[in-house]
Ligand binder design. Structure first.
Ligand SMILES: *[C@@H]1O[C@H](CO)[C@@H](O)[C@H](O)[C@H]1NC(C)=O
Ligand SMILES: *[C@@H]1O[C@H](CO)[C@@H](O)[C@H](O)[C@H]1NC(C)=O
Ligand SMILES: *[C@@H]1O[C@H](CO)[C@@H](O)[C@H](O)[C@H]1NC(C)=O
Length: 838
């Protein structure tokens, strides 16, 4: 009976659509109808043709086809499109840095003369992968609308459309519009476990669901930020569990800090409340069910506004996301100080255990006067993963590395060896040359981006640019003078990869594809062909490539050379026949590694990292240590790869480097994440995660496991603290490891995973301890009666510094310049610790 009075039966839909009085006015606003010959009016806004380039630039390597218009498409925005045969980009001049909407519209027009339904769609920005290989084929949809929020941190944003080999790609319309910065704060509440989360300013978001509970569809005309809000009914778990309630939009009282940009009053003026299910027990939840990709983490924003209560403190209810309590005993009126006052809250969550569903529920609080619960609006946004992707493998996969066929003999090979910065910079240079060459035919006049700072060699650059503009044939400014490795011709690269044969594809990243190549001398290499980029990061690129060519170590993957012809950007690396360590641990059918092999691999990787930290004049922090970045050669020698995120470490007078948090979820140093201060100890933490992964043969993060097991660092630490790591280790190892070796290994991993960086060992200490664990394993029988603690002091003995020389080594004979060092350390080592030797 009580409930009946609560259900406001009259649903009032007398909406008067009116703009908010102080509507947000976006500084940047680009609405582009691609391939159109005239302005297109869509949802109250005018989209200009992409031939009308005043404040943005369309760049393409190849011909772009401007397609016929199709009047059968239901809305005008989908009636034209542009087809790209080569990597192409739209580059926007950004007047105000900060978050921007990127909205993309796709519809494969049937009469375009191309099979657009099979054309893969891959869209990337400088820092993020928005869409990765989507095709309409085998989907029952013929329209695709995508909405993203990306933080633009420079004066331009380029949106790149990357066709696959031998294929084309297309787009119908693009929006790039400023978002008020306060819309998405940096922090939210993480639900598993309940801890504050910060770092949202570093990620890109994709809108997955945006619902107006109990209300009508709101189109961009009804929203000052041009958003669409759909009705929630189709997501209700049990339709009859909810009833829609509404108030007059005019009665909504926005408090300070919440505006129509947070959500329009039409969202707050309607809600779903608990329905009358005709059952005696009024204690039930109203639940919505969403399908989500379990490999991503989501930002969930819940909008509330108490439009049902007659009095303050009447409505008290619980809010759940999956089985987690998100807000317990929520009393809206006490939070907001009144009725009909909007309130919202942000959470970080992933899918529920063992599934690709997310549940959001509201239900009555047992202590409340009245059994009711409401929800007015809901937004679920996907958070880009550690690899900067919104569409691709799980965060633990890193740079969108696609594992090849599990059974393939040649195997899963070297992945994304060098990261974004290198790729981008190189692209930029080539793009610049390309555009310079093309400038004669280009309809667009020259652009300010021609002023490029070139690392240390501005003279050459100026000269080069003059030549290329005048002759129209000169190639790019050569980097050869800087002695960065072998310069390949594009023809050589084409020959090596059989014209980029897709069957030789080893991996795909947002920054390009990696192919297995064969040089004419029969040597296998990994060839990375980058995607076109803007001019950004050129200096960074030079620094990176300089750094890479300096780093020569048996346990670091080497750069062999590059090609900068024909606006191509190609990097050539050492080929690692046995691929990433991860594929030998789980997820494939490769034979299980023995304990000794695992220890040797860990020791190799530790050596590589130790060299990075201490070998060069200035220490280098890898920043993305994980099992996909540890590659194995044909002899299972481990080499550390992918310095794309590397940063030079703190100089002597500093203790840390302040920097944006980068890296992969599951491996991130919690201290770095909290304080954004990078030290070598962040790599040590990540390496600790790798050690646990190697022992347990499971991913760093596995969202389908029960909550306490999701994160290997936490899970393994609880067992290590009990001294019972053998309970969770790879069953294939059980009974085959010397307990002393396991103990040493567990202790080493535990120290690496210490909360505070200062409590973690250096990579040098880790290396010694792992060597020791190996020694214990090899001599386990002889050891049984020796007190191993007596030898523990070895960890305190500093290592000999490595050779700092930065010679450019001829790659054909390269690779093992630390052999001498290996011999020395092994000798010292065995003298010190080999129990039989004492
Ligand atoms: C399209 O709209 C823009 C600005 O909204 C205007 O400057 C331009 O003249 C229009 N073009 C056509 C073909 O109507
Ligand atoms: C965008 O990124 C910059 C640099 O990382 C950061 O300072 C800024 O706060 C971010 N903006 C927003 C709105 O998150
Ligand atoms: C509502 O859902 C939550 C989370 O799944 C659950 O813990 C709670 O018991 C449910 N309440 C009722 C009354 O079913």
């Amino acid at each position: 009976m009580m409930r009946m009075s609560l259900v406001i039966a009259v649903v009032f839909f007398g909406f008067i659509v009116h703009g908010s009085s102080a509507a947000f006015n976006p500084v940047d606003s680009f609405l582009i109808a691609c391939g159109s010959s005239q302005n297109v009016s869509f949802q109250g806004q005018a989209f200009v043709p992409d031939s009308f380039q005043s404040s943005f630039l369309l760049k393409s390597e190849g011909d772009t086809v401007f397609s016929a218009t199709d009047f059968s498409a239901p809305s005008p925005i989908y009636r034209s499109l542009r087809i790209f045969t080569e990597p192409s980009s739209y580059e926007f001049d950004i007047r105000q840095k900060g978050r921007h909407w990127v909205r993309l519209y796709f519809h494969p027009l049937p009469n375009s003369g191309h099979d657009l339904r099979s054309a893969p769609l891959t869209v990337v920005t400088e820092n993020f992968v928005l869409l990765n290989n989507f095709t309409f084929k085998n989907q029952n949809q013929s329209y695709l609308f995508k909405e993203y929020i990306v933080n633009v941190t420079s004066d331009s944003l380029s949106i790149n459309f990357v066709p696959s080999n031998n294929s084309i790609t297309f787009v119908n319309a693009i929006e790039v519009v400023s978002v008020p910065d306060y819309l998405i704060p940096d922090q939210a509440l993480d639900l598993s476990p309940a801890t504050p989360f910060s770092g949202l300013s570093e990620v890109a978001l994709e809108t997955i669901y945006r619902l107006n509970m109990g209300g009508p569809l709101l189109t961009p005309q009804n929203d000052t930020l041009g958003r669409t809000w759909e009705n929630d009914v189709k997501y209700l778990h049990v339709n009859s569990s909810a009833v829609n309630v509404s108030a007059s939009p005019g009665t909504i009282k926005y408090p300070p800090g919440v505006t129509a940009e947070t959500a329009p009053n039409l969202v707050y003026a309607t809600a779903e409340a608990m329905g009358n299910p005709n059952v005696a027990n009024l204690n039930f939840n109203v639940t919505w069910v969403f399908s989500v990709d379990p490999s991503f983490v989501y930002l969930v924003r819940l909008h509330f506004c108490d439009i049902v209560s007659m009095a303050m403190n009447d409505l008290v209810f619980n809010v759940y996301i999956n089985s987690d309590i998100a807000i317990a005993s929520l009393d809206l009126s006490s939070k907001t100080g009144g009725l009909a006052v909007p309130y919202y809250k942000d959470f970080i969550s992933n899918s529920s255990t063992n599934s690709s569903t997310m549940y959001v529920s509201v239900g009555p609080d047992v202590m409340a006067n009245t059994a009711n619960a409401i929800l007015n609006g809901l937004e679920i946004m996907k958070i880009s993963n550690g690899a900067g992707s919104l569409d691709g493998p799980s965060p633990v996969d890193g740079f969108l590395l696609k594992s090849r066929s599990k059974k393939s003999k040649t195997g899963i090979v070297i992945g994304s060896v060098v990261g974004a910065a290198v790729a981008m910079g190189f692209m930029a240079l080539c793009w610049w040359c390309f555009m310079a060459r093309k400038s004669k035919t280009s309809t667009h006049p020259s652009h300010p981006w021609l002023s490029l700072p070139l690392y240390g060699n501005s003279q050459t650059m100026t000269k080069g640019s003059t030549i290329s503009q005048k002759s129209g044939t000169a190639s790019c400014v050569s980097l050869a003078s800087t002695n960065l490795g072998r310069l390949f011709t594009f023809q050589e690269i084409m020959d090596a990869t059989n014209k980029f044969d897709e069957s030789l594809l080893l991996g795909v990243g947002g920054f390009g594809k990696v192919y297995k190549g064969t040089l004419d001398d029969g040597i296998y290499v990994a060839i990375k062909r980058g995607n076109p980029r803007s001019e950004q990061g050129l200096a960074e690129f030079h620094t990176e490539i300089e750094m890479l060519s300096k780093l020569r170590h048996r346990h670091l993957v080497s750069l062999i050379g590059y090609c900068d012809e024909r606006s191509e950007m190609v990097l050539v690396y050492e080929y690692m026949a046995n691929g990433p360590l991860r594929s030998h641990l789980y997820g494939t059918e490769l034979p299980s590694l023995s304990w000794k092999q695992r220890l040797e691999i860990c020791i190799g990787a530790a050596r590589g990292l130790h060299y990075l930290h201490t070998g060069a004049a200035q220490s280098i922090i890898h920043r993305d240590v994980k099992t996909t970045n540890i590659l194995l050669d044909e002899n299972f020698v481990a080499k550390v790869a992918d310095f794309g995120l590397s940063k030079t470490g703190p100089s002597l007078d500093q203790t840390h480097v302040s920097t944006a948090v980068k890296g992969s979820f599951g491996y991130l140093d919690p201290e770095y994440f909290r304080r954004q201060q990078l030290t070598e100890k962040s790599d040590v933490y990540s390496f600790g995660v790798v050690l646990m992964e190697v022992l347990c043969s499971r991913p760093a993060l596995n969202p389908v496991l029960p909550r306490e097991q999701v994160n290997i660092a936490e899970w393994a630490m609880t067992w290590q603290k009990k001294g019972m790591l053998d309970h969770i280790m790879d069953p294939a190892l059980v009974g085959k490891i010397s307990p002393a070796s396991l103990r040493k290994f567990g202790e080493t991993a535990e120290k690496c995973l210490a909360e505070q960086g200062v409590d973690r060992p250096t990579m040098g200490d880790v290396l010694w301890n792992l060597e020791y664990a190996l020694q214990l394993e090899e001599t386990s029988s002889a050891l049984t009666d020796i007190d191993e603690n007596s030898t523990n002091h070895i960890a305190d003995i500093p290592l000999q510094p490595f050779d700092n020389s930065i010679n450019m080594i001829d790659v054909a004979h390269s690779g093992t310049d630390d052999d001498a060092e290996d011999v020395t350390t092994s000798a010292v080592f065995s003298q010190l610790v080999n129990p039989r030797g004492r």
